[in-house]
Write a protein that binds this ligand. Sequence first.
Ligand code: DHB
Ligand code: FE
Length: 279
Amino acid sequence: MAKIIAGVGTSHVPAIGVAMDEGKTQEPYWKSLFDGYGPVRKWLAEVKPDVVILCYNDHCAALPPDTIPTFALGVGDEFQPADEGWGPRPVPVVKGDPDLAWHLVESLVLDGFDLTIMHQLQVDHGLTVPLSITCGQPKEWPFKVIPIEVNVVLYPQPTGARCHALGRAIRKAVESYGKDQKVVIFGTGGMSHQIHGERAGLINKEWDTAFLNDLTANPQRLIDLKHVDYIRDAGAEGIEMIVWLIMRGALNDHVQEVGRHYHVPASNTAAGLIVLENR
Ligand code: DHB
Ligand code: FE
């Protein structure tokens, strides 16, 4: 049987990917941020998942605003990095797992999650930066990846509660898959940030810290947050954090935090990361 053994939540700041691609990680601005990623890389290399289910949001890079899936799942063999304006990131192509992906689609649709099935999907920094953060710069990514994309950039977005329920349904789907597979689930986005208007540059460290704490201790508070709560306290783009609730929903009620990194600032936001193991 396949099993989800752990979850990773992380922000996906595009400048972090650029710093890695351009060899700038040891520069004064970046060094302590990247030093903080050492433990998660070691942890993931030891865990050696067969598959990562990577929940993220596209930023109108691969999915232009003329078609807006609320939830989309990639069933392809591979996913190329999207061109976000500076050319596609020079990172390995992301290899999919069509067999498990189709199993997820069937189970999730029958459970009432009418997600969009993506045969073709290019992946932007929302997906590739978390891989770079947790794996460094290998020639090939060390596991297969099933992308689950969530609309958080155009109104109306799904609620955090719906994202958490999707996570629950993902766990059920994985556990009904016949092959022995070790699965880790990622939720990426945030943390608090707003990149336009009068509040551009907003970072709310207290809010971010409470979010990280409550993922383990009190996820119900996070599930109950409304969009307006995120926008008021975490900035307009802080709403990306609802994607982390898919990851939390796919884990057991009882989890243990085994890793955390929080660094301010990284570009316009905080770099935040948490690792949760099922108990
Ligand atoms: C920034 C952060 C993001 O999550 C994003 O998608 C785009 C930009 C930033 O801090 O610059
Ligand atoms: Fe983002």
